[in-house]
Design a protein around this ligand. Sequence first.
Ligand SMILES: COC[C@@H]1[C@H](c2ccc(C#Cc3ccccc3)cc2)[C@@H]2CN(C(=O)Nc3ccc(OC4CC4)cc3)C[C@@H](O)[C@@H](O)CN12
Length: 296
Amino acid sequence: LTTEQLLSGEWKECEYKSINLNAEGEKISMGNLHPLLKVRKQFSQILIGLGFEEMPTNQFVESSFWNFDALFQPQKHPARDAHDTFFCSDPELSEEVDITVRDKVKAMHQTGGVGSIGYQYEWSHEEARKNILRTHTTAVSSKMLHRIAQQYKEKGYFPKKYFSIDKVFRNETLDATHLAEFHQIEGVVIDKNASLGQLMGIIREFFRQIGINKLWFKPTYNPYTEPSMEIYGYHPVLKKKVEIGNSGVFRPEMLAPLGIPEDVNVIAWGLGLERPTMIYYDIRDIRTMVGPEVKV
Ligand SMILES: COC[C@@H]1[C@H](c2ccc(C#Cc3ccccc3)cc2)[C@@H]2CN(C(=O)Nc3ccc(OC4CC4)cc3)C[C@@H](O)[C@@H](O)CN12
């Protein structure tokens, strides 16, 4: 039907087909959720279903204090070098942290405590105040544990389960499987009865719900957990055993300066978001998930 037909009155002579009210409208491309966000949502739902509460992770810039020192990671540890970590130039230094927790962390590094001799070095305030892009979400966990310990003083002990899923940054060489920014998922259980067995059980249940039923645990080392275990799983699609995460029991040398009572245990595990997403969506080059098409 044209404007001319309407104006000339010709429309009265035309034959019309009946209107098909069942015809679909034109598909409008509304865009799609990014695969990483879809998997992030799926993992969040699983953790919420397991009774975990999400931690606030909306702060990418962190002091070296919460990212390393509060985790009993010595100031000379290689992970703290510029080749592994992004340091901020402006502002280079963070505000002073609460001096009580700062001095307890300093003492633990210098001379130890809770049965440890510490690292026997002169701890630097300036080094601890250096601002970085957080290298793991465990930086959020350490801050949250300090906050919980303060609540214990007011309200007494209560068990808690927290999780975080957000970006972390490492000064990596980019390639098909490594980016300088990626996502970590971390689950933390604060409970007087928490044990290594309970940690293995929670890990089993989480990975069962994301499609990995056969797990192996391999002893490993982390500065902030003892014992520590790498987690391996048999992947049904890849048909091989793959590393799927890391875990452990936070050390007293980390918990005591934060104010967590000696009879309260804290167990935790972590995994990445990119690896599972690449497997679920058959993505071969990790760089295609965060930038323009790369010619591989
Ligand atoms: C430097 O980043 C390390 C990252 C990331 C990772 C590793 C450790 C932690 C941790 C921790 C931790 C330990 C103790 C206490 C608290 C947190 C978090 C993320 C993944 C951990 N990894 C990883 O995710 N692999 C993975 C996970 C799930 C998966 O699912 C299948 C589809 C169903 C497949 C693979 C293992 C490797 O990919 C590794 O090469 C890369 N890792």
